[in-house]
Design a protein around this ligand. Structure first.
Ligand code: FES
Ligand SMILES: [Fe+2]
Length: 401
C-alpha cells in the first residue's frame, strides 16, 4: 500500500471518536477494505467448518472470502490439510464446486494433477528441467479444535495454545468432536462486513428487530434486568464447567495469542433451547445430562462466533466478498448420533436463527443505505453496544498498526 493511502487511513483513524460509530470512509473506501483484508482476514484464524463435513479420504470443501479460496481436504492418511485453490501452472482455480470427493485434484485448465497433500503428481509435456517437487499447492495453516476446522493464511499465525488450555473442558463437555453439521445456510448481504459483525455484537437491536429471539433470550432485556437474571443464573449453577467466564478477546488477549471469549447466559420463561417457545429440538450434546435453561456464547478469534444450546450448536461467520458485500454463513450442529427426521426436524432446528438472520440481513442492508448518505455521521453508541465498542477499539488499533 502506498504512503499516500496509508496516510489517508491514519487520518481516518485519528479522526474517530471513542463511543461513536465509524465514519463513512471505513464502510466505503476500497483502500480501507484492502488494509482490513491484509491485517485482519489474512492474519487471524478463521472458522472454516467441521471435520464431520469431510469424514472420508478424498472429501473436500472450499472456504472462500474476498479473492481467496482455500481447499480443505481429508488426505489418504486421514489428516485434514488446507491448500490455496490456485494452480501452480497459470493460476486457474482448481476446485470449482464448494464440496465433493476426489482421489486427487486435477486442474480444469491443462490438467496438472495434485494429490490431497498438495504435491504435484503429474504435469504433461513440461521441459526436462521442470521440478515437480517445487510446484506443489501453497500450504495453508490448519488447526482442529475438537472437530472445528480453522485456517490461517498468515506465515506467523497467532497461537491457539491459551485458548485450547482454557476451553478444552468446554469443548469436551459439549462434545464438539462428536457433532455433525445438520444444516448450513448462506445469507448474501449487500453491505460492508463490519456492519454485519457490529450488528452481531450488540443486542440493542434485539428487542425491536427480533421478537422471536427476544422472547427466549434474557440478553435482549435492558442491561440491569439482564445482569440480574445472569447473576441469579450463575449463582444457581456455580462451579459447573459450563459457567466459565473467559474474556480474552480483542485487547484482552495476550500478545501472540488468538483472542477468545466464552460466557453462559440465561434463557427466559423456562426456555430450554433456541427454538420456537424454547422447546428442545435435538438430543443433548456431548456429556450434557440435562437442560439448564442457558446458552453459551463463544468467540474464537475476532471473526468466528458460536452459540451453544444444550441440544445444538450454531457456527456464525461473516466473510467479505468486496467492500460493499459480505456473506453471513450459519451452520447448525447436532450430536453426531442424532438421526434427522427421527431425533430432530431441520425445520424446527433452524427456525429461530433463520428468521433472526433474515431480519438481521434486512436491518444491516438498511444500515448500509443510510451510511451511504451524504448526511450520515458517526452516532453515539448505547450502553447495550459495549461489546461492539470493544470490537471497534480493537479494529482501529489493528488497522493503525
Ligand atoms: S492453469 Fe492449471 S494446469 Fe494450467
Ligand atoms: Fe440481530
Amino acid at each position: 500500500m502506498t504512503r499516500l493511502k496509508l496516510d489517508k487511513i491514519t487520518q481516518y483513524i485519528a479522526a474517530q471518536r471513542p463511543g461513536y460509530s465509524l465514519a463513512q470512509a471505513f464502510y466505503k473506501d476500497v483502500d480501507v477494505y484492502q488494509a482490513e483484508i491484509e491485517h485482519i482476514f489474512l492474519k487471524h484464524w478463521l472458522y472454516a467448518g467441521h471435520a464431520s463435513q469431510i469424514p472420508l479420504a478424498g472429501d473436500y470443501f472450499t472456504f472462500d472470502f474476498d479473492t481467496e479460496s482455500v481447499i480443505i481436504a481429508r488426505t489418504a492418511s486421514g489428516d485434514v490439510k488446507a491448500h490455496m485453490n490456485v494452480c501452480r501452472h497459470r493460476g486457474s482455480k482448481i476446485c470449482l464446486e464448494p464440496s465433493g470427493s476426489q482421489k486427487s485434484l486435477t486442474c480444469p485448465y491443462h490438467a496438472w494433477n495434485y494429490n490431497l497433500d498438495g504435491q504435484l503428481i503429474s504435469a504433461r509435456n513440461m521441459p526436462d528441467d521442470f521440478d515437480r517437487s517445487q510446484n506443489g499447492l501453497h500450504k495453508v495453516n490448519v488447526a482442529l479444535l475438537h472437530g472445528l476446522i480453522f485456517v490461517c493464511l498468515s506465515k506467523e499465525p497467532p497461537s491457539l495454545s491459551a485458548l485450547q488450555n482454557e476451553l478444552d473442558e468446554v469443548f469436551e463437555l459439549f462434545g464438539f468432536n462428536n457433532m455433525k453439521l445438520a444444516e448450513k445456510k448462506s445469507y448474501r448481504i449487500p453491505a460492508n462486513w463490519k456492519l454485519a459483525v457490529e450488528n452481531y455484537q450488540e443486542c440493542y437491536h434485539c428487542a425491536p428487530s427480533h421478537p422471536e429471539f427476544a422472547q427466549i433470550h434474557a440478553m435482549a432485556k435492558p442491561p440491569k434486568v439482564f445482569q440480574m437474571a445472569k447473576s441469579d443464573f450463575a449463582q444457581a449453577n456455580q462451579g459447573q464447567p459450563k459457567f466459565k467466564q473467559l474474556n480474552r478477546y480483542f485487547d484482552l488477549a495476550e500478545v501472540g495469542q488468538e483472542g477468545y471469549q466464552y460466557d453462559r447466559n440465561p434463557l427466559l420463561r423456562n426456555a430450554l433451547s433456541g427454538s420456537a417457545g424454547g422447546k428442545p429440538v435435538a438430543p443433548l450434546l456431548g456429556s450434557i445430562q440435562e437442560y439448564d435453561g442457558g446458552a453459551s456464547e463463544l468467540m474464537i478469534g475476532p471473526l468466528s462466533y458460536f452459540l451453544i444450546y444444550d441440544d445444538h450448536m450454531l457456527g456464525y461467520r461473516f466473510l467479505p466478498n468486496s467492500v460493499d458485500e459480505c456473506i453471513c454463513d450459519v451452520s447448525w450442529y447436532v450430536n453426531e448420533s442424532a438421526v434427522q427426521g427421527k431425533d430432530y426436524q431441520l425445520e424446527q432446528l433452524t427456525w429461530l436463527w433463520d428468521v433472526t438472520t433474515q431480519a438481521d440481513k434486512k436491518i444491516i442492508m438498511n444500515n448500509q443505505k443510510g451510511v451511504d448518505s451524504r448526511y450520515y455521521q458517526p452516532g453515539r453508541l448505547s450502553e447495550m453496544e459495549h461489546f461492539q465498542q470493544s470490537f471497534l477499539t480493537w479494529y482501529l488499533k489493528t488497522l493503525a498498526e
